[in-house]
Design a protein around this ligand. Structure first.
Ligand code: AMP
Length: 450
């Protein structure tokens, strides 16, 4: 017995001695695949895209809306459609600690339509026009122009079925890329009809592709069952060849869809927007009806796979599908990452914020303290000021002022801080003057005007 006790004690001792094993996962100093930082050096491109897009949205009467990045998964499955690549393969979906099934938004339209219904926007005067800007997430294979986190700017108009709004959407999207300097853009348009005429067209398409089944890729063989329209824009060469002779949706539109499409083309002619009818353009989401369009930059080598800069279309059934009133709607999204890429390739102009024309230098601890407030009051009065408060030596601060090519340098030394004055130095002439702090703003403004 005693022996056994001793043995147990020994085991207990060893167990006590063991340190908890710390498992250190390797820290990867990089974001997840398909995601990236947009560094300060690239921000001027993004800022330019935001400015031009937001200006166009404002000019056409669109107001901004922000919706959550995360929504309930079934909003997307219901809206975008179960047979689509986005839903089948590309959603970032997870269950929260509270058991909610949610997804990162793969696009904005479903979320905005949800918000439109939830917030009773159908009572507002039509069309209800909104724009958005922000990130989307698709778990796709990253490649040139295709990221897992990417940014879209887009517009949605609810409550108007007239093709003139479709034309205005294309006009806006086209104007944005044109104003950014991408001038060789072609719009591809098509009409995929309404659920009525599409049913008949879908049957025709299925029998056509059934007869060519052997020549289709594995994915398209599956699409034949769940989403035959998507075979038309498959990127595989063999499928593209088969698709070339497929029946075209524009030849099988009902009267209403045909005249809608005809109106749209007339409006585009009137706007002198270069467009091509692209019978293979169907786009990846189930909710589209009638008009679909995409914008392509012509600078990409003929024949090479081209990435669309943006696209959109009409989605007359979506609001009802999500539980709202029957509401026609149309929208577009521009892929900001791709637009920025194109701007870089073409060496286009970026946004440069106004430069500081005044530098505030300080010397001594009392002056340093005072310069904080002085900086704020200059900025509040619309004067952009540069500084390097961390530096103690006047010489090094003046060197920076020189480098920044400012017009004026304000010098606040210990004496000036006590006297309530500032030295104003005009950099071009080197002339200096002592100015009372209370008059500083007016003095600076007067001199900058010169
Ligand atoms: P979609 O919602 O698929 O019609 O996309 C609208 C636009 O967003 C496209 O024309 C692209 O410019 C852009 N876009 C879509 N998916 C991606 C992605 N994975 N990476 C970068 N841009 C994308």
């Amino acid at each position: 017995m005693a022996k056994k006790n001793q043995a147990t004690k020994k085991v207990a001792k060893t167990v006590k001695k063991q340190k908890p094993v710390e498992i250190k996962e390797e820290l990867l100093l990089q974001p997840p695949r398909g995601m990236r930082d947009i560094l300060p050096k690239d921000q001027p491109y993004w800022q330019q895209v935001r400015r031009v897009s937001e200006k166009a949205a404002a000019d056409f009467g669109y107001r901004r809306i922000d919706t959550p990045i995360v929504e309930f998964t079934n909003l997307f499955t219901r809206g975008i459609g179960t047979g689509t690549d986005i839903i089948e393969k590309e959603m970032y979906s997870f269950t929260t600690k509270g058991g909610e099934k949610v997804s990162l938004r793969p696009e904005f339209t479903a979320g905005i339509a949800r918000s439109y219904i939830q917030n009773g926007m159908q009572v507002e005067s039509k069309p209800v026009k909104m724009f958005y800007i922000g990130p989307c997430y698709r778990y796709d294979r990253p490649q040139e122009g295709r990221f897992r986190e990417f940014f879209q700017f887009g517009c949605e108009a609810f409550g108007e079925q007239d093709a003139i709004v479709d034309a205005q959407m294309i006009q806006m999207a086209w104007r944005i890329v044109f104003q950014l300097g991408i001038k060789n853009v072609t719009v591809h348009v098509n009409s995929i009809g309404c659920p009525g005429c599409r049913k008949q067209y879908r049957n025709l398409l299925v029998s056509y592709f059934e007869s060519k089944r052997q020549k289709l890729c594995i994915d398209c063989k599956k699409r034949l069952e769940i989403n035959p329209l998507r075979i038309l824009d498959c990127k595989e060469d063999k499928c593209a060849q088969v698709a070339q002779n497929a029946p075209q949706s524009v030849d099988h539109l009902c009267e209403d869809c045909r005249s809608h499409f005809k109106d749209l083309l007339e409006y585009l002619d009137e706007l002198e927007i270069p467009f091509e009818i692209d019978p293979n353009l169907v786009r990846g989401l189930d909710y589209y009806t009638k008009t679909v369009f995409e914008l392509f930059a012509g600078s990409i080598v003929e024949g090479a796979k081209r990435n669309a800069l943006g696209g959109g279309g009409r989605y007359d059934g979506l609001v009802k599908l999500l539980g709202g009133e029957d509401t026609p709607a149309v929208g577009f999204a521009i892929g900001m990452d791709r637009v920025v890429n194109e701007m870089k390739k073409m060496g286009l102009k970026t946004y440069h914020p106004p430069k500081a024309r005044v530098f505030l230098a300080q010397l001594g601890s009392f002056a340093k303290k005072k310069s904080l407030r002085m900086f704020e009051s200059l900025e509040r009065n619309g004067i952009i000021v540069a500084e390097s408060f961390g530096r103690g030596s006047l010489k090094s601060q003046l060197k920076i002022a020189d480098r920044l090519k400012v017009d004026l340098t304000l010098i606040l030394g210990q004496k000036e801080a006590i006297d309530g004055t500032v030295i104003v130095k005009e950099m071009a002439s080197g002339m200096q003057e002592i100015v009372p702090s209370v008059k500083l703003i007016d003095e600076v403004k007067k001199r900058l005007k010169k």
